[in-house]
Design a protein. Structure first.
Length: 137
């Protein structure tokens, strides 16, 4: 039986850059969006806000996050077997603080035109493109 872990991601732009993180526990050290699993009792927006702060040091108001309507799914092999990660994303337009290395991740502003040269976690590129499209339209 597949284990399912509902997850969230947050797309944060700064000019022509996007905020990505390298999580210490990612086996391939791929860059991904700030985010993680939804914990019991949290709304997806609350989880996104919490994960943004835990992985980057930036604080955001869950009520001000903009939901990307498309949702994705990643099927990932883990040491305990195959896991399914339903993935919803939010756009963060307002935040406070400065990025800093946290206990779980190293955040980094990355130029949008350099994404093709990076190893990205599943659906990272899809979410960034969807956020760009949503903001432009």
């Amino acid at each position: 039986m597949l284990k399912t872990f509902p997850s969230v991601g947050v797309v944060v732009f700064r000019g022509q850059q996007v905020l990505l993180i390298a999580k210490d526990n990612h086996p391939k050290h791929a860059y991904q969006l700030p985010g993680g699993q939804i914990e019991g009792g949290e709304t997806p927006a609350e989880a996104a806000s919490r994960e943004l702060e835990e992985t980057t040091g930036l604080a955001s108001d869950p009520a001000k996050l903009v939901k990307i309507p498309t949702e994705w799914e990643a099927i990932i092999e883990k040491d305990y077997g195959t896991a399914v990660f339903p993935f919803s994303c939010f756009i963060c337009l307002e935040y406070t603080g400065e990025i800093e290395r946290t206990a779980v991740a190293a955040p980094k502003w990355v130029a949008l035109d350099s994404l093709g040269s990076l190893l990205l976690a599943p659906n990272t590129q899809n979410a960034i493109e969807a956020a760009n499209k949503q903001l432009a339209g």
